[in-house]
Design a protein around this ligand. Structure first.
Ligand code: ATP
Length: 272
């Protein structure tokens, strides 16, 4: 399904992504971990063609995507949706319009100027918001929502594109543990129920272990680990992060204290 072969991105003399290769044969949930500057964001940007590779190939279902240009590159971008740490919504625009923005490039200029959307698209946006448990927020301005709700709107916008792959660049880095869990549960559900591959840059080990089928560790642009969550021991993590024995895993934890178990059950209920 996905084959990454010798992908490199140079910035001057520095390789931000250095000869990365791996392949994935099913729509798995993949986590990419590594310290700041390891090349995680650059890799996702390469996949989404927001930046060009210096060398290498990425094949999705047999089609090479790094050489696509113009309309075909844009077509690829719409089947490979991206979610960002800061949500990237239009703050003063209502939620449903933000979701509809996922298919903005499919509209004519006149439709865009007058903010006209086909009824079927509006219904689809509302259906996705309902699925993510935030339908009642549809008429509100995006800026009026909590961070967790805004990230779910961003996920809804991504789903509007009906993507094969969802790329999430530190999707929970700006959220409190409770909202982080709701957002990760949402991504996992989309991965399992829809069969969409999710590739997420994550800054916490416990999240990677809990949600991912496979974890890729990057250090100085290179892939230094590729394994299952079970194989991601403290020693391995220490190597990925380039830390010494004082490395403290709990410093990278987003786990929720036990006394909020009821809240978690409630959150799951809201999502089901
Ligand atoms: N546009 C750019 N111009 C020059 N150097 C860049 C550019 N983008 C990224 N880099 C460099 O490439 C390296 C990898 O950066 P990248 O943002 O991909 O790392 P990251 O693992 O995502 O880090 P973080 O977790 O802090 O986002 C860094 O050394 C960074 O300074």
């Amino acid at each position: 399904m996905l084959e990454v072969q010798g992908v490199t991105r140079m910035f001057g003399q520095k390789a931000a992504v250095d000869n990365v290769s791996f392949s994935v044969d099913r729509p798995a949930f993949i986590g990419i971990i590594g310290r700041s500057g390891a090349g995680k964001s650059t890799f996702l940007r390469l996949m989404n063609r927001l930046t060009d590779a210096s060398r290498g190939e990425i094949r999705v279902d047999g089609h090479e995507i790094l050489s696509l240009r113009g309309a075909r590159a844009r077509q690829w971008q719409s089947s490979c949706a991206m979610i960002f740490q800061q949500f990237n919504l239009v703050p003063r625009m209502d939620v449903v319009s933000n979701v509809l923005h996922g298919i903005l490039n499919r509209r004519s200029t006149v439709q865009t100027m007058f903010n006209l959307w086909p009824r079927a698209d509006i219904l689809k946006a509302l259906e996705i918001l309902d699925r993510l448990g935030i339908a009642e927020q549809a008429p509100k301005r995006a800026e009026a929502l909590s961070g967790g709700q805004q990230q779910r709107v961003a996920i809804a916008r991504a789903l509007m594109q009906d993507p094969k792959i969802i790329l999430a660049d530190e999707p929970i880095a700006s959220l409190d543990p409770m909202n982080a869990q709701i957002v990760m549960d949402t991504l996992k559900r989309i991965n399992e129920e829809d069969g969409r591959m999710v590739i997420a840059n994550l800054h916490t080990l416990d999240t990677a272990r809990r949600y991912c089928d496979r974890v890729i560790g990057m250090r100085d642009g290179r892939m230094v680990f590729d394994g299952t969550p079970e194989q991601l021991s403290t020693k391995v993590a220490r190597d990925i992060y380039g830390a010494d024995t004082s490395f403290n895993e709990s410093a990278t934890s987003t786990s929720i204290p036990e006394d909020t178990t009821a809240d978690r059950a409630y959150a799951r209920l809201m999502l089901s």
